[in-house]
Design a protein around this ligand. Structure first.
Ligand code: PEP
Ligand code: MN
Length: 338
């Protein structure tokens, strides 16, 4: 349920309503703009009689929220959420470029790629340390050593680091070491993991599950938000369809849909979506045009010999060319790349 206050309602009146709702045992999520003040109610709202609330002079309207996701709902927060990470922002007018290898492989590899993506204009470095591989015989990542190497690359370049957390067992370490925790597609509905990252205040990139609907993605985000962590960034990374030419099917339409339904930033990962390096450039540009808040791109200095996802990784020169196109598009779209 949403309670919208009349514009310019005095603070004392706002406080009175807040106390009243709290007495009824509901959890409140308040959202405030220049001309509005909204109370979003979650939990058992049966105790709240909408007619009695509407009878209060300063209340403009009471809306029943139909969708099962509440805090993620745009009705709860009409303006875009902007997530702050170091000196950077994701959401609103900002367009985030997160780039780096699928997996951290060695010190030389991660530093060389970090320097290349930084000089091309990327704002964040990605790199997997714990890898969710389909086969148990494939490279599983350098694990803790990978995190150490990412920290060295951050030290050298100043780029905040993004890495995937697969188990609550490593959560403390990730809180210490990384700037953004990635929850991968395979763990989108690992609800215990979502609850645990929800208890932190770390920015979370939540990737859409392999066959998850938009509503399921928003409900997964709701798990994190419900624990008090508002720093959630959604990521469309392609979904399973009958098409086999591409690794997945990039659901570009999901971007404007999510922007309409939710205030959370949403980025696109064209690398895992298409699975082919030459598709990354056009799909990343398309992502910017349909209103995404950023892209996550796999870049490798030697794709032919990459230990993971080389076929979908851009060489640094190709990434640099893409960055130049994105910078031009950003000007037209009124976005700031960071
Ligand atoms: C990744 O980003 O390296 C990854 C494994 O992605 P996804 O979870 O989308 O498959
Ligand atoms: Mn990958």
């Amino acid at each position: 349920m949403i309670i919208v206050m009349k514009p310019r309602t005095p603070q004392e009146e706002i406080m009175k309503i807040r106390n009243k709702i709290q007495e009824l045992g509901c959890e409140i999520h308040e959202s405030q703009g220049v001309n509005y003040h909204i109370f979003g109610l979650v939990g058992n709202t049966n105790t709240v009689d909408p007619d009695r609330i509407l009878a209060i002079e300063s209340v403009e309207k009471v809306i029943h929220v139909q969708e099962p996701y509440k805090i993620a709902n745009r009705l709860f927060h009409p303006e875009d959420s902007v997530i702050k990470i170091s000196d950077k922002k994701i959401g609103g007018q900002n367009f985030a470029v997160i780039a780096g290898p699928c997996s951290v492989e060695s010190k030389e590899q991660i530093i060389s790629i970090a320097e290349d993506v930084k000089s091309a204009g990327a704002g964040f470095l990605r790199g997997g340390a714990f890898k969710p591989r389909s086969s148990p015989y494939s490279f599983q990542g350098l694990r803790e050593d990978g995190l150490e190497l990412l920290k060295i690359a951050r030290e050298k370049t100043g780029l905040p680091i993004v890495s995937e957390l697969m188990s609550t067992e490593h959560l403390e370490r990730f809180i210490e070491d990384v700037d953004v925790i990635q929850i991968g597609a395979r763990n989108m509905q690992n609800f215990e993991l979502l609850k645990e990252v929800g208890k932190t205040r770390k920015p979370i990139i939540l990737k859409r599950g392999l066959s998850a609907t938009i509503e399921e993605l928003l409900l997964a985000a709701e798990y994190v938000l419900a624990q008090g962590n508002e720093n959630v960034i959604l990521c469309e990374r392609g979904i399973r369809t009958f098409e086999t030419y591409t690794r997945n099917t990039l659901d570009l339409g999901a971007i404007p849909v999510i922007k309409k339904l939710s205030h959370l930033p949403v980025i696109v990962d064209p690398s895992h979506a298409g699975g082919l390096w030459w598709l990354v450039d056009p799909m990343a540009k398309a992502a910017m045009v349909v209103g995404a808040d950023g892209v996550m791109i796999e870049v490798h200095n030697d794709p032919a010999n990459a230990r993971c996802d080389g076929q979908q990784s851009l060489k640094p020169e190709k990434f640099s060319t893409l960055m130049n196109s994105l910078k031009e598009l950003a000007r037209i779209q009124g976005k700031v790349i960071n």
